[in-house]
Write a protein that binds this ligand. Structure first.
Ligand SMILES: Cc1cc2nc3c(=O)[nH]c(=O)nc-3n(C[C@H](O)[C@H](O)[C@H](O)COP(=O)(O)OP(=O)(O)OC[C@H]3O[C@@H](n4cnc5c(N)ncnc54)[C@H](O)[C@@H]3O)c2cc1C
Length: 535
């Protein structure tokens, strides 16, 4: 059992930023939990390309225009303006000053501004090609300096505690749904505890792992989305799953992201025969077209010509030493699997990368459930619309983590008679009758089935028939997994499997419902495409 004022589930950039902002009030008690054994482990840790700053020749208006253009008409102008205006100053205040992140500078001490697809300016700040690692290290060290922040690792949130669902008082049925914390699975002690909180912040990140090919690490399986859905939160734009065009294809390093910054620095895509092809698909942007266009162009080349990959060439575009300096992580990871990016092109395919939809939140990160906020990739602020502009996600986590914390602080300060949840109102986790140990073969097998269904039927190119098939198969699996869940002792893997199938169904149903191709949701059978981006 545990109790806190603010429970933050997730320790990536969004959760950590919220905690840091809240902890400025030394009286405030904050608990940040992560299912990972190490607080550094998160999608944030793997971010390569960088985060948007504001270069001298740039402005909030120019960034706003680029976000809206990439979002294919679905990005919220209000939310995008907040990001464009507040993001770069916050980056300076929190990441540089508070977390001590040292972004790359040239010999004269000026920022090295990187370039990425669909940006009209060089505006990306980076730390080599391991920007996420530097940000995570800085934020985690900053969290540890606050005595009023408690970090709990190895703690997997199972479900949100919501009244009316978990209340012992039947009259709570008449109240709007409110969140009072979470049931947490202690991975070491193998027990579920109630963790009560005045305010709960979901910051659980993305869900790339529900697809067969993905750039995401194993923890990105849609836990927060599924929990919020079960609790009754409003979820939107779930059909917009962004596929990154260039993930490495090589045994032992599947899914390794080859950052867009590689194309930003001049890298070009080639057929396996060495012919450039992006000008055929996007005469204006060529290799730096928005991600959805590049990913579909690669998919189209592969499907039409039967290629199992295309090539990304940086070796003939930059001197070897420059490649090693600018992309040390990509260089060394590729070398481990026998590919020298300074001498040869890299075989790549598209892979699931980012969830543009999520738990609907307002400009302060508040969800449709009382006392529940969502920040970072799990949330949908509206910024990313139908297709995220490169390097906006870290910035969004920073801005909304900060905003949610400001709003929570105001709410807690202004409510003198806050109704604290009490343990006697919330039933303990009931494990009676659960005798079977979770079978890892079943968990792995079902997970792979979900990943294959999502890849083939709810992937880059969708049709009504494929989506119907996916929904039928996922519903069947959902039933199987729910039975398994109700009869088996809990494990982190089982929690993830249950969430993965729920998240997969949410996406497949949203994709089925929306017959209009837009951004990264492409329906081959819709016959029309909003914008000028049909390939
Ligand atoms: C390879 C790669 C490269 C990328 N490069 C860039 C880039 O250059 N620029 C950019 O802007 N974006 C990039 N992105 C996207 C960006 O990294 C993510 O969108 C962002 O980091 C998400 O941050 P977050 O705080 O929302 O979630 P995350 O950083 O994913 O953190 C999620 C947290 O929630 C925890 N968690 C999850 N489920 C549970 C549960 N059930 N219980 C308890 N804890 C849980 C996790 O352990 C983790 O601590 C990249 C992503 C990847 C995968």
């Amino acid at each position: 059992m545990g109790q806190t004022e603010v429970l933050i589930i997730g320790c990536g950039i969004a959760g950590a930023t919220a905690a840091l902002r809240l902890a400025r009030n030394r009286e405030r008690r904050i608990t940040i939990v992560t299912r990972a054994p190490d607080p550094h482990e998160s999608n944030t840790n793997y971010a390569q390309g960088g985060i948007i700053g504001r270069a001298p020749d740039d402005s909030a208006e120019l960034l706003l225009a680029d976000i809206l253009a990439a979002g294919a008409g679905v990005s919220s102008p209000q939310a995008s303006r907040i990001l464009a205006e507040e993001g770069p100053p916050l980056l300076h205040e929190i990441l540089e000053e508070q977390a001590g992140v040292g972004f790359d500078r040239n010999e004269s001490g000026e920022m090295r501004w990187g370039h990425e697809a669909a940006h009209s300016r060089r505006r990306i700040l980076h730390v080599g090609d391991s920007t996420g690692r530097a940000i995570t290290a800085g934020l985690t060290a900053a969290l540890e300096r606050f005595p009023n922040i408690k970090i709990e690792t190895n703690a997997t949130a199972v479900d949100l505690i919501t009244f009316r669902h978990h209340s012992r008082n039947p009259l709570d049925n008449y109240q709007p749904i409110a969140c009072h914390g979470s049931y947490l699975f202690d991975r070491e002690g193998k027990a579920v505890h109630r963790y009560l909180a005045d305010i709960t912040v979901l910051a659980t990140g993305g869900l790339g792992r529900i697809y067969r090919n993905t750039t995401n690490p194993p923890g990105a399986r849609g836990d927060g989305l599924a929990m919020a859905h079960r609790a009754g939160a409003r979820i939107i734009n779930a059909e917009y799953v962004q596929f990154h065009p260039t993930a490495l294809v090589a045994p032992g390093a599947e899914g390794l992201l080859i950052s867009e910054a590689v194309r930003g620095e001049g890298g070009i895509l080639l057929t396996p025969q060495g012919k450039p092809f992006m000008a055929d698909y996007s005469p204006q942007w060529k290799d730096l077209a928005p991600r959805d266009v590049v990913a579909r162009a690669i998919h189209h080349e592969m499907e039409t010509h039967g290629y199992s990959f295309v090539l990304l060439d940086i070796a003939s575009r930059l001197p070897a030493e420059t490649i090693r300096q600018r992309f040390p992580y990509i260089y060394s990871e590729c070398l481990k699997v026998g590919i020298d990016v300074t001498h040869e092109p890299v075989p790549v395919v598209p892979a699931a990368h980012y969830f543009c939809g999520g738990v609907l939140v307002d400009e302060w990160g508040h969800s449709s459930i009382r006392n529940l906020y969502a920040v970072g990739e799990i949330s949908c602020t509206g910024v990313h619309g139908a297709n995220r502009l490169a390097s906006t996600s870290l910035l969004e986590g920073l801005v909304w983590g900060h905003r949610a914390a400001q709003h929570i602080e105001r709410t807690l300060t202004s409510s003198s008679n806050w109704e604290r949840p009490r343990f006697e109102d919330v039933p303990p986790w009931d494990e009676s009758g659960l005798t079977a140990e979770p079978d890892p073969a079943l968990i792995q097998g079902d997970m792979q089935t979900i990943q294959n269904i999502m890849w083939h039927y709810v992937g880059l190119v969708r049709t009504g028939d494929r989506l119907s098939r996916a929904i039928r198969e996922l519903r069947h699996l959902w039933n199987e997994i729910e039975t398994f869940y109700r009869t088996t002792k809990l494990s982190d893997g089982l929690i993830g499997l249950r969430n993965a199938v729920e998240a997969a169904l949410i996406i497949a149903q949203a994709a089925q419902h929306n017959r209009q191709s837009r951004g990264c949701h492409y329906r081959q059978d819709s016959g029309s495409f909003e914008g000028d981006r049909l390939i």
